[in-house]
Design a protein around this ligand. Structure first.
Ligand SMILES: Nc1ncnc2c1ncn2[C@@H]1O[C@H](COP(=O)(O)OP(=O)(O)OP(=O)(O)O)[C@@H](O)[C@H]1O
Length: 277
């Protein structure tokens, strides 16, 4: 049976990249919990695309038998790398500490995208948790997705780093559509203040960019307790302030309209190869 996503499009998951510019802002925690929230009613794959420093599997206490390096070396199929997490969430772990994976060749990227296209058939959502910063891989995964969620915190450095990421994606890759989540806010109004601050700078220096405010997540001590317990925050503390905020963002994502979803990631891979050639 072919799969249908929430928009009724056959075999075409909606692909989101989650990136941050700065490290340590809560990107992986968000990626795990937003995937967990959405897999209550959908088929979801969380791809730990932080190819140098993987940790989604660590957050869940899972032990991968194979990793993407094994696929690239021809030792297994991508399907064998996938782990099943809570609520049936599918997790594609990356490859902790294998430095050469951080610089994939174009042919390796294409091979990975081909396998990825097979793997994602029938899914509703794919979330790509990228590395921090603006390395080639981060840009590549951002290009390969339908939507881009940027995470920042109220810290000025988090804001300047997320601006740098938007700037590179816009100036060199013509990407104009982004969503913002402000994590670790201290009071409810802070998220919108930060969003407006970033929007002002983006409009002043970059012009016609669509920056959508997805929501704010409070600083919540339950987050680190859930990490220590290796259980998603939404499962362990479903009523904590951060859990409630993440569920609201999940609702926004579920209701998000996308103009047109084309093909799977393979299509995007080809598109990128055209851009990069
Ligand atoms: N809403 C929150 N409230 C309190 N602490 C948080 C929150 N979100 C994340 N954290 C804490 O921030 C730290 C970094 O989180 P996480 O590993 O998810 O960040 P990251 O951006 O993925 O980091 P990296 O750059 O290493 O990939 C963790 O210790 C986590 O407990």
């Amino acid at each position: 049976m072919p799969g249908y996503n929430s928009l009724g499009l056959e075999n075409c998951p909606k692909v989101f990249t989650i990136s941050s510019g700065k490290g340590g802002v809560g990107k992986t925690t968000f990626a795990l919990n937003i995937s967990y929230a959405l897999c209550e009613r959908n088929e979801v794959l969380l791809f730990d695309a932080d190819l140098g420093l993987a940790n989604v599997d660590v957050l869940l206490g899972l032990s991968p038998k194979f990793h993407i390096g094994d696929v690239l070396a021809g030792r297994c199929q991508l399907e064998e790398v996938v782990l099943t997490g809570p609520r049936g969430l599918k997790i594609l772990p990356a490859s902790s500490g294998i430095v050469k994976l951080t610089n994939l060749s174009e042919s390796q990227k294409m091979m990975l995208l081909d396998s990825f296209d097979r793997l994602t058939t029938g899914l509703d959502y794919v979330f790509l948790d990228t590395a921090a910063g603006i390395s080639e891989n981060v840009l590549y995964f951002n290009l390969a997705s339908h939507e881009r969620i940027l995470i920042c915190t109220p810290e000025p450095t988090a804001l300047t780093d997320v601006y740098a990421l938007i700037k590179v994606l816009f100036k060199y890759h013509y990407i104009k559509r982004f969503h913002l989540v402000v994590n670790m806010i201290k009071r409810p109004s802070q998220a919108l203040e930060i969003y407006r601050q970033l929007l002002r700078v983006v409009e002043k220096f970059l012009g016609s960019i669509s920056l959508n405010f997805l929501g704010g997540i409070p600083a919540d001590r339950r987050v680190s307790e859930a990490i220590r317990a290796q259980v998603p925050l939404l499962e362990l503390f479903p009523n904590s302030p951060a859990s409630q905020a993440i569920r609201e963002i999940a609702l926004e994502i579920a209701n998000m309209k996308t103009d047109k979803l084309e093909g799977g990631l393979q299509f995007f891979g080809r598109k990128i190869m055209g851009v990069c050639a």
